[in-house]
Write a protein that binds this ligand. Structure first.
Ligand SMILES: [Zn+2]
Length: 258
């Protein structure tokens, strides 16, 4: 199992530090939006940075890339279809991000929706999905369509139940409040909401999650469930015959949910 630790940045970002499985001194980082907390974590844990993985172009995911790459000589892997702050090993769907020096290898999945060129990295039983999937939620549609995002989430949902999902933000509590509004009769959601409320009161970290858990609690992975569809239809005041219409209604509902 991969050893992955969170580096907190900004108000609610997690920059994930992945340790090289066979070299205790080396690590990779995912989406370093800020170089400073990464430098501090590397120093504190006695690690050298060997590689940087980037999921999409937003500043809170790439802000520290250039400084870290320059200082550590770390190779940068990033999406082929997005503008990156420096030269990257450009990756597209189906490519392999081979971090040979670190003994790490990830399969790249194109997951458009939050942004058009967004990619996720899957390997070693883990998924680094940036702002595509959150625990009990999903990213906002800044560039893509509901159909693109649902297609991306469906591909993620096809991965094994045990997959550990490393999302880029601590949004779980707010997402679960919304999930409970969509499915008030879902005991898994209510139980998780209680546990997460308690965890967050102690400033605990709710991630990683697993795909098995997300399938039970995440309304955006549950667009085909009759309860979710019924809630979306009640919200829209019209029948919603397709999952993508259900998805679009709950995504817009979440955008305005407080
Ligand atoms: Zn983003």
């Amino acid at each position: 199992m991969l050893e992955v630790s969170p580096v907190r940045a900004f108000s609610d970002n997690y920059l994930w530090l992945i340790r090289a499985p066979h070299d205790v001194r080396r690590a990779a980082v995912v989406d370093p939006g800020d170089a400073r907390p990464v430098e501090a974590a590397l120093e504190q844990q006695g690690l050298m940075l060997g590689a940087i993985l980037v999921t999409h172009h937003h500043p809170d995911h790439v802000g520290g890339v250039q400084a870290l790459a320059a200082r550590h000589g770390a190779e940068v892997f990033g999406p082929a279809r997005e503008r990156m702050p420096c030269e990257v090993r450009a990756l597209d769907d189906g490519d392999i991000a081979s971090l040979a020096d670190l003994g790490l290898e990830f399969r790249v999945m194109a997951v458009p929706g939050h942004t058009l060129g967004h990619v996720a990295y899957h390997g070693h039983g883990a998924l680094f999905c940036g702002d595509t999937l959150f625990s009990a939620g999903c990213g906002r549609l800044f560039e893509g369509t509901p159909g693109q995002m649902l297609g991306s989430l469906d591909r993620i949902a096809a991965l094994p139940d045990a997959t550990r999902v490393y999302c880029a933000h601590e949004y779980t509590l707010a997402n679960l409040r919304f999930a409970a509004a969509v499915e008030p009769g879902n005991a898994d959601i209510l139980e998780t909401l209680e546990a997460v409320r308690e965890l967050r009161a102690r400033d605990g970290i709710t991630l990683p999650t697993t795909l098995g858990r997300e399938r039970r609690i995440n309304p955006f992975l549950r667009c085909r469930e009759s309860a979710v569809r019924a809630a979306a239809e009640a919200r829209a005041g019209t029948p919603l015959p397709s999952p993508v219409e259900v998805f679009a209604v709950i995504r817009a509902w979440k955008d305005g949910f407080r």
